[in-house]
Design a protein around this ligand. Structure first.
Ligand SMILES: C[S@@+](CC[C@H](N)C(=O)[O-])C[C@H]1O[C@@H](n2cnc3c(N)ncnc32)[C@H](O)[C@@H]1O
Length: 286
């Protein structure tokens, strides 16, 4: 069973410094609808560290587009179901708990969410009261080796630089049992020159400028971790990698899927010896 610091680790509430929730709610007009964060609040968040920024955003997070939409969650659940059933599931960077229900639907024994932000975990506790919630950095997981057979992560990889990936995937590999899976949906990059591509370029450029002139850094880049980069680190970590087209999101004009489910498997000894990875039959790989 997993061990480590369960949330809440103490009763004094989320660790926050500087302006709190009430201050941010007065910072100008709201974005993303009447319950979304204020523009000023988003600016303060963006000038904070990742942990502090999410502590601040937590009360409004579910009303932003940064929460993984239900369609992605359902499609991930449906894609992973044929690879299960699983026993113990882990949602890395679980935020307010968007992926915890999916993990619970796939896992028969336990569900654990990990996040670095106490504010986000506080919200996750309300959304998924039966999940074990642990405040930790996903690059240093406080769990015993081989504690889980499924690890998922949604919408969080942009917070990691390529140099962070060996620690992130190494930890996932360590806490997974042989035959265990690390899975995440990965939208394909937008068509070069399209509005979406220019939007992501503008976002990443603004983030680079911000991080060049401001401390603490807030790492969030959309265009850095391509499938090729992710795949090569996963393979170097010892995973075997398969991708499945997520049919719900359709295909592009060139026939490639708009979104793939990446499934990295920690091979069993027998599979390693025979050169195969998995333990159970799944949908046809791409
Ligand atoms: C965009 S949110 C996604 C939340 C949730 N998975 C979802 O799909 O709605 C990213 C989350 O990653 C968490 N996070 C970022 N870096 C982290 C790290 N190094 N370790 C653990 N959590 C981290 C943030 O605190 C935040 O809750």
């Amino acid at each position: 069973m997993p061990y480590g610091r369960r949330y809440p680790p103490r009763m004094s509430g989320p660790k926050t410094h500087g302006p709190g929730r009430r201050d941010l709610s007065r910072y100008g007009p709201r974005r993303y609808g009447p319950q979304g964060p204020t523009l000023g609040g988003l600016a303060v968040q963006a000038l904070s560290s990742v942990e502090r920024g999410y502590d601040l955003l937590a009360p409004d997070f579910d009303h932003t587009p940064f929460r993984t939409p239900d369609g992605f969650l359902r499609a991930t659940r449906d894609g992973l179901a044929p690879l299960g059933p699983f026993e113990d599931g882990l949602d890395l960077c679980c935020g307010t708990g968007a992926g915890l229900d999916v993990t619970a639907a796939l896992c028969r024994r336990s569900v654990t969410g990990v996040d670095v932000s106490a504010g986000m975990l506080e919200r996750a506790r309300r959304a998924a009261p039966r999940a074990a919630l642990v405040r930790a950095d996903a690059r240093a997981l406080p769990f015993a080796p081989a504690s889980f057979d499924l690890a998922v992560t949604f919408g969080a990889l942009g917070h990691f630089l390529p140099r962070d990936l060996p620690a992130l995937f190494g930890q996932a590999h360590r806490v997974l049992r042989p035959g265990g899976r690390l899975a995440f949906p990965l939208p394909g990059p937008p068509r070069p020159g399209s509005r979406a591509a220019l939007g992501l370029l503008a976002f990443d450029t603004a983030m680079r400028v911000r991080n060049a002139v401001w401390r603490p850094p807030f790492v969030m880049y959309y265009r850095v971790l391509t499938f090729g980069v992710l795949r090569s680190v996963l393979v170097r970590t010892g995973f075997t990698v398969e991708t499945y087209a997520m049919a719900e999101f359709g295909r592009r004009e060139d026939g490639s899927p708009r979104c793939r489910l990446v499934v990295a498997t920690r091979p069993t000894r027998a599979a390693q010896a025979s050169g195969a990875a998995g333990t159970s039959p799944g949908p046809p790989a791409l």
